[in-house]
Design a protein around this ligand. Structure first.
Ligand code: SF4
Ligand code: SF4
Length: 299
């Protein structure tokens, strides 16, 4: 079983478009499971035409803890006030007690440790949900959602991957395709850990390349082989050339270039992968799959 992860440093570069189209084409020849690990903004389901009601079950998950204060035990000593690195504790002058901002609290437990009166407790909170759905293209999708304002998306990503891996083992799946979170934070690290190959998606803009370079440093830290897909390459040929020069310098394989085409947007609006909306796109994504196979087999 191989895990292929689709990554982009910056949001909006076409990562989910690449994920959905690769998944549909790979599913024609291999047993595959898709995992949407972008728990902050999960869109892979929609790109595959799966709606909220299509999920077989949503399971609430608790990957974070928040503070609860026992006001009766608190003697207003203010010792907790100085230890929060997240600015989650302020002094409530009216009550003469600490006030804990649950949106800022990361559940680190420092305040609990310094409280001399055991007035602070950490309790688990429902901060997201994970669900499973069957796509009309013959494969399952595991997806997760972080609650608005909640923290702990990295741990939700780990749970999504765990569920996908369990299912993959049970069903003798050959490939797990992971749609990673964007950026370089904790959910991205959780997304790429354990991957066999990374498909990094970028577009020809300075900000996309800059963010991609940061994301690739994380990939290199884990020593995972990777290649790059340049999306909307024809919108800025000069910058596409710059990206290719950068790739040549660091011997990074080019997996494919995707042109700008309004049909990609129309496909998204129609809740269809582009290869299903317009057959002309099949060749582009088939070539990307062939390149990925070549790179994986090299290693
Ligand atoms: S648990 Fe940590 S983050 Fe939350 S209020 Fe206490 S010190 Fe701050
Ligand atoms: S450290 Fe404990 S007792 Fe002191 S103010 Fe904070 S919650 Fe109250």
């Amino acid at each position: 079983m191989k895990t292929i992860t689709i990554l982009s440093g910056k949001g909006g570069t076409g990562k989910t478009t690449v994920s959905s189209n690769l998944a549909v084409l790979i599913a024609r020849k291999n047993k595959i499971i898709a995992a949407d690990c972008d728990a902050d903004a999960p869109n892979l389901a929609l790109a595959l035409g799966i709606q909220e009601k299509d999920f077989l079950n949503w399971k609430e998950v608790q990957t974070n803890e928040k503070v609860v204060l026992d006001e009766k035990k608190c003697n207003s000593c203010k010792k907790c006030l100085d230890v929060c690195n997240f600015g989650a504790i302020v002094w409530d002058k009216e009550k003469n007690k600490p006030f804990f901002n649950s949106f800022l609290c990361e559940g680190c437990g420092s305040c609990m440790l310094v409280c001399p009166n055991n007035a602070i407790k950490l309790v688990k909170v429902n901060n997201g949900k994970i669900g499973l759905a069957k796509s009309e293209y013959g494969f399952s999708l595991v997806s997760g959602q972080l609650k608005i304002g909640a923290t702990g998306s990295g741990k939700i990503v780990s749970l999504i991957k765990e569920k996908a891996e369990k299912l993959a083992k049970k069903e003798n799946t050959e490939i797990i395709l992971v749609d990673s979170a964007a950026g370089v934070g904790c959910p991205v690290i959780a997304s790429i850990q354990g991957s066999d190959f990374i498909v990094a998606v970028t577009e020809p803009t300075p900000s996309a390349l800059n963010d991609l370079k940061r994301a690739l440093r994380t990939v290199e830290h884990f020593r995972i082989p990777y290649g790059i897909v340049i999306n909307k390459h024809d919108l800025n040929p000069d910058f596409t050339k710059k990206i290719q020069e950068f790739m040549k310098k660091y011997k990074i394989p080019l997996l494919g270039k995707i042109p700008y085409n309004k049909d990609f947007v129309k496909a998204l609006v129609s809740l269809k992968p582009a290869v299903k909306y317009n057959k002309r796109f099949e060749g582009i994504f088939e070539n990307i799959i062939n390149k990925i196979n070549l790179e994986i087999n090299k290693g």
